[in-house]
Design a protein around this ligand. Structure first.
Ligand SMILES: Cc1cc2nc3c(=O)[nH]c(=O)nc-3n(C[C@H](O)[C@H](O)[C@H](O)COP(=O)(O)O)c2cc1C
Length: 386
């Protein structure tokens, strides 16, 4: 496998991640729900748009900066919340957070993280968002709000596309459990992931650090991940709960997982500052549309009243440029940085961010744009379907 510096795109980092991780962990990152049509479509949809370049413009300096949720970011994309980073690398969430901040962008911490929100806050001063689920234990939600305020989080993100976990069949085939459990079926893949295994034996700290004190879910040994997630999600959560949380937080607030005009307008009406247009990276509802295909209509519907973040399928700088041109204020990436984390901890995440930044700078200049703020809908064309 190539060294990190010889990984020249996210696909290379993905291959490196696969070579380092036991199969259950790799497929937990890589997989989606059911037949994985939505997962594939999230990335393939970008191919339905082509650029309309302009030349003889001064592109000697490229500005990638955006303002999202009141934070000035040096990049037009940030790190989406992803649970359980310890499964992928022993440096876990702080590695991703530090890398994000070194590149001047925002880090989102998941409710289901393996590092506490206080420990992540202590690792750097950069902008941070906490992703919250309204769990059955509502007291925990109230507690998160107070802890995030005390720890200086800049924004709160409520994920709403997870009333229950999606059907991720790769996890079933590969014996994915949390904490990991070595079984006869996956023995070989654990046994050959020497680096990962070494750190497993040294520090098997797979606690869901933000919830473990209230939910003794992991106490009874290895539990199916989907069973655990299902046991905590509350299917009775409604817009009233979302509105309640907006009031409780009283600061930059994002709703993650909306795709329809009706829902996005509703998010605006209850006072959200932004929406992450997302299908959870193809891990929840199979058949949900690709976020990039939704952006233009959502932007038309809400004008400048709400920030729109395109989340899902991004593997290239050109994908980010297309989403921004169609009307997104920023983008977010999940697997794109997790492959880097698994491939090499903080250095791997930095490699992913470096590659995407270089692709953005190069492609913007080739498109004839000196700044992401200049991107307009007429710079991309939707290809007709045959
Ligand atoms: C391994 C993994 C764990 C995730 N965990 C969470 C989570 O805890 N909370 C959440 O809101 N989204 C979670 N997501 C979804 C991401 O926030 C994001 O929506 C998705 O990864 C975007 O698609 P992409 O991976 O193609 O960039 C997770 C995604 C992955 C791949």
């Amino acid at each position: 496998m190539p060294a990190l510096n010889n990984c020249h795109n996210i696909a290379d980092l993905r291959r490196k991640a696969q070579s380092r991780l036991p199969a259950p962990m790799f497929h937990y990152i890589d997989g989606g729900s059911d037949d994985e049509w939505t997962l594939r479509r999230n990335t393939l949809a970008f191919d339905d748009y082509q650029f309309n370049p302009g030349y003889l413009r001064d592109v000697s300096r490229i500005d990638l900066g955006v303002n999202v949720l009141g934070c000035d970011l040096a990049l037009p994309f940030f790190l989406a919340p992803t649970g359980m980073s310890r499964l992928f690398h022993h440096e876990k969430e702080p590695a991703a957070c530090r890398a994000a901040h070194r590149f001047g962008t925002l880090y989102s911490l998941s409710t289901l993280a393996t590092t506490s929100l206080e420990d992540v806050a202590a690792c750097s001063d950069g902008p941070r968002m906490f992703q919250i689920y309204i769990l059955k234990d509502r007291e925990l939600t109230r507690e998160f709000v107070q802890r995030c305020r005390a720890a200086g989080y800049h924004a709160l993100c409520l994920t709403v596309d997870t009333p229950l976990a999606g059907n991720r069949e790769r996890d079933l085939y590969n014996g994915m459990t949390m904490p990991p459990k070595i079984t006869p079926r996956n023995f070989f893949s654990y046994g050959t992931s020497f680096h990962w295994l070494f750190h497993l034996l040294r520090a098997p700290d797979f606690r869901l650090a933000n919830v473990a004190h209230r939910v003794d879910a992991l106490g009874g040994g290895a539990m199916g991940l989907i069973d655990y997630v299902n046991s905590q999600f509350d299917r009775s959560v409604t817009w009233d709960d979302a509105a309640w949380l907006v009031d409780q937080w009283d600061g930059p607030f994002v709703i993650k997982g909306l795709l329809s005009v009706e829902d996005v307008k509703r998010a605006r009406d209850i006072g959200a500052s932004g929406v992450m247009v997302s299908n959870h990276g193809g891990r929840q509802l199979e058949g949900a549309p690709a976020p990039v295909d939704c952006i233009a209509a959502l932007r038309d519907a809400v004008g400048d009243d709400l920030q729109l973040i395109a989340d899902g399928g991004i593997r290239r700088g050109t994908h980010i440029i297309k989403a921004l041109a169609l009307g997104a204020d920023a983008c977010s990436i999940g697997r794109g940085y997790l492959y880097g984390l698994a491939a090499g901890g903080q250095r791997g995440v930095e490699r992913a961010l470096h590659l995407l930044r270089a692709e953005l700078e190069r492609s913007l200049a080739l498109l004839g744009c000196a700044s992401v703020r200049e991107l307009r809908a007429d710079m991309v064309r939707h290809l007709p379907r045959y």
